[in-house]
Design a protein around this ligand. Structure first.
Ligand code: NDP
Length: 451
């Protein structure tokens, strides 16, 4: 009926009933259950003891009020979330997102995905996610600081380097992590560096963490291309977003000889046939915190900004597409347009950026498709390396850290590839990632008793 094995249908029905209206969470669970029919056929023990039902239910969900005072002396109220999804493999680990669209369903879908992603890295980290409906756009540094301090006044009691370790995500970068870690330190009177990742180097941050998600996705796509005897050299690439993941995807793709011809933000996209000028993009986004339309204004020379009402970044002809903005940003229509223009590979830098219709279109067209939970796992893997450095009070070089990242991404690619083959669907990285991630979490849970 919906691509899910009949033994697993009641599990999805219960998830939908218990989490009414949380459509992104339903979508994420649906996608994983779709892959698990082949697993339970081979290993029926995974149906015992309501194991899959338990995997779909977060261990703990925390929702709280965040009151803060803006620069005009007005009291503002936001809502904070932390979903501690699964700790079978290690402390909860996953970023914080600040965006007006955040609600419990979004955080739950992200925490669910994170659980399998973290398992795929092979590192001892469980899954969690958090955030707030706070919109940092247009807020001063002082406002962002007061907001982060208020958020942490509640959240600190649920965190700890052995308990739950947040990091960044949309709207949360080095500035926000610094404010949150600073308040955590003040409230607990402990310099517990391992309680946050994505920190500045001065506070025990890891080299290459900022770059890790974008670099990691590029390594993953490179590995997929190599299975077809090709690589990035001379390929045209379209990237969506212009934040952390997008910027370091552009950097790595260029270093591999590819040319990124388009990138975007929520207001629209720019096309630069000479290849996106990364220094200019970093200046606009990281320093001035301005919109992508500024890029076209400053670059001139035939570079156009097209607003989102007038088109999509996925209409730009490319060989490789790397969605790096947000969930469900790449629709079935976008996928058709990419396929028509000859796309050969898609690597998801964002979490769940392609809709189910888009994924089906890519699959039917034989496009190499790297799902987010595998392709963007380089960020969290490097966070785990940051935790390792903090635990040993050590600090590695950029080269050392990047070479571990590269090794880990190769490992994730290979395990997805091999698992897909083992389960009779060669080349299906969605199936490979879902099954390999699930088996690691499920095995860990089984041996812990009914928890
Ligand atoms: P940033 O906040 O640095 O950048 C987000 C980018 O995506 C911005 O260009 C933003 O545009 C755009 N964007 C956000 N929401 C929307 C929307 N609703 N519609 C269109 N564009 C949008 O976030 P990151 O780069 O850190 O994260 C991007 C994606 O990567 C997210 O899905 C995140 O979950 C995922 N990810 C991030 C990791 C990390 O290490 N940072 C790790 C793994 C996954 P605008 O400024 O206009 O809002």
């Amino acid at each position: 009926m919906n691509g899910i094995d009949e033994k697993l249908q009641p599990i999805l029905a219960e998830v939908i009933r218990r989490n009414a209206g949380e459509t992104e969470f339903h979508q994420a669970v649906h996608e994983v259950l779709e892959s698990l029919g082949r697993v339970v056929a081979k290993h029926p023990q995974f149906l015992d003891q309501a194991l899959i039902e338990r995997i779909c239910e977060p261990e703990r969900q925390i929702i709280f009020r965040i009151p803060w005072v803006d620069d005009n002396g007005q009291v503002q109220i936001n809502r904070g979330f932390r979903v501690q999804f699964n700790s079978a493999l290690g402390p909860y680990k996953g970023g914080m997102r600040f965006h007006p669209s955040v609600n419990v369903g979004i955080i739950k879908f992200l925490g669910f995905e994170q659980t399998f992603k973290n398992a795929l890295t092979g590192m001892p980290i469980g899954g969690g996610k958090g955030g707030s409906d706070f919109d940092p756009k247009g807020r001063t540094d002082a406002e962002v600081m007061r907001f982060c301090q208020s958020l942490m006044t509640e959240l600190h009691r649920h965190l700890g380097e052995q308990t739950d370790v947040p990091a960044g995500d949309i709207g949360v970068g080095g500035r926000e992590i610094g404010f949150m870690f600073g308040q955590f330190k003040r409230l607990t009177n402990r310099y517990e560096a391992g309680v946050f990742t994505g920190k500045a180097l001065a506070h025990g941050g890891s080299r290459a963490r900022t770059e890790a998600t974008g670099y990691g996705n590029t390594y993953f796509v490179q590995a997929m291309l190599q299975t077809k005897g090709t690589d990035f050299e001379g390929k045209k690439v379209a990237v969506s977003g212009s934040g952390n993941v997008a910027i370091y995807t552009i950097e790595k793709v260029s270093s591999f000889g590819g040319k990124v011809v388009a990138c975007s933000d929520s207001s629209g996209f720019v096309v630069d046939r000479d290849g996106i000028d990364l220094d200019l993009l970093k200046e606009i986004k990281d320093v001035r915190r301005e919109r992508i339309s500024e890029y076209a204004k400053l670059k001139g020379n035939g570079v156009h900004f097209i607003s989102s009402e007038n088109g999509s970044v996925w209409d730009v002809p490319c060989d490789v597409a790397m969605p790096s903005a947000t969930q469900n940003e790449l629709s079935g229509k976008d996928a058709l347009s990419l396929v028509k223009n000859g796309v050969m590979a898609v690597g998801e830098g964002a979490n769940m950026p392609s809709t189910p219709e888009a994924i089906k279109i890519f699959k039917d067209a034989g496009v190499l498709f790297g799902p987010g939970k595998a392709a963007n796992a380089g960020g969290v893997a490097t966070s785990a390396l940051e935790m390792q450095q903090n635990a040993s009070r050590d600090s590695w070089t950029f080269e050392q850290t990047e070479s571990r990242l590269c090794e880990i991404m190769r490992g994730i690619h290979d395990v997805c590839h091999q698992t897909a083959e083992e389960y009779g669907a060669p080349g299906d990285y969605v199936l490979g990632a879902n099954i390999a991630g699930f088996i690691r979490v499920a095995e860990a849970m089984r041996t812990l008793g009914v928890i």
